[in-house]
Design a protein around this ligand. Sequence first.
Ligand SMILES: CC(=O)/C=C/C=C(C)/C=C/C1=C(C)CCCC1(C)C
Ligand SMILES: CC(/C=C/C=O)=C\C=C\C=O
Ligand SMILES: [Fe+2]
Length: 551
Amino acid sequence: MASAFFASPKSVASPPNMPRCALLNPAGEGRRRDSVKAGVVTEVTPSVIDDLVRPPVLTGGEAGKLAAWRSVRQERWQGEMPVEGDIPRWLSGTYLRNGPGLWNIDDYDFRHLFDGYATLVRVRFEQGRAVAAHRQIESEAYKAARRNRRVCYREFSEVPKPASFLSYVGELASLFSGVSLTDNSNTGVVMLGDGRVVCLTETIKGSIQIDPDTLETLGRFEYEDKLGGLIHSAHPIVTESDFLTLLPDLLRPGYLVVRMEAGSNERKVLGRVKCRGSVPAPGWVHSFAATDHFVVVPEMPLRYCVQNLLRAEPTPLYKFEWHPNSGSYVHIMSKATGNIVASVEVPPYVTFHFINAYEEVDAEGRITGIIADCCEHYANTDILEMLRLQNLRSFAGHDVLPDARVGRFRIPLDGSPQGELEAALDPEEHGRGMDMCSINPTYLGKKYRYAYACGARRPCNFPNTLTKIDLVEKKAKNWHQEGAVPSEPFFVARPGATEEDDGVVISIVSDKNGEGYALVLDGRSFEELARAKFPYGLPYGLHGCWVPKKQ
Ligand SMILES: CC(=O)/C=C/C=C(C)/C=C/C1=C(C)CCCC1(C)C
Ligand SMILES: CC(/C=C/C=O)=C\C=C\C=O
Ligand SMILES: [Fe+2]
């Protein structure tokens, strides 16, 4: 089977111990600050952070600022949190959240939210108490940056600068072999069916196993197969029995759909989707969806671009290009056979995150179509630019957050060439902001009613509410606190629950005065049940998972 993107044998894809690093060019888009003082943070467990990457101590006006877009204050911390309100006593287990929490090396500031080195946060709930910790993931990229005081691998937008033309040629070779790509697993964290916990990003080498109790980095998660490939979807679909993901293929535009059984490290090919777009590059697949019987493979007009992958300086769309006229598609693959059972053209769309998908069934029980929901940005790529740190840090009260909606695809299975894309509810219900979603995992791939996401209370420059969306009543309930930035609302069902929204929603909030807390909302009423305070605000984070307490 042909391997995905810049096919490389596994032995080549593995990084050398010592990467070749090049000098940073301070005149690039990434900026150096005028002065930085490394100081001591005294209010919590002493830090083990290397002085080289210690973020500056915030003083005066800075100290009170929103922590969401500031580097984490120290490499690790743990402790019990004071709780306001009542955490349900049935909530027993560990919430883990991953995200890019360190955006500087010395005084060099990164450009983009997605460039930051991964910071893991955990909140262990037991008997109404909350014990939390955070810790940097020890990726090769992070360790090399610490050792060498510079970016050493290709991040989302940051690229190590070649010292000479000859080393630039070397860089090209290393990009094609995958050696220069980052393993900074800063996007998500999943618990596999066998209990192993793995942090992920879009590079395959950025799959890193961690210990959910200590947050210690245990080592790279090795895929023990011959598939090769360098990139995959950042959001595999993980169940008790398997791990399903997509490997985009940039050479023969398409996607491999692969499955790995719980307990195994071997991905097996389920099938291949051939891209239909008039531009020979697959669309970006940050995530995808699946129903009980089918995999929903998106092909959006925001496409990977090989030239942009090779560039030293970022383009407006980073590694991607917008080709609205290339066609936008959704492909449906049978899980049983790997065959494509539908491939429809749909209106142009931009999405990072699929919410869920399910099968529509007629009165005789025949599957007639697929519904797939996503956080859709009205086919507008501005969101990528908006996520530059400079933009996130410079909110001046103007409403600059581009609109987003619950985009609902309707994909007929009767051979029709077209699919539909419409808002599933009036986007005003959630302030026309919509991303970072979760559902009750029991309803994964099944007809469902509720989605939880970050929405907007305008004016804002970033989603600043938590929203519970009722897709049947087409209404939303919203949680908002002025000046606060909540991260992905994560639903945890009450043991024994029979109603879809019987549970709690957890989010980690960066508050306006440099403070922060873990928030627990009631799944039904969406009212606050409790908040547990961190000793200092944590940076914004991306995706989480739940590790139930071992019985
Ligand atoms: C944090 C998040 O949502 C996305 C992170 C994406 C990353 C780190 C993508 C990295 C990439 C490279 C380093 C080169 C290859 C392309 C691409 C997958 C965009
Ligand atoms: C945080 C985000 C979009 C917010 C906009 O509304 C997207 C994150 C994507 C990666 O996980
Ligand atoms: Fe994501």
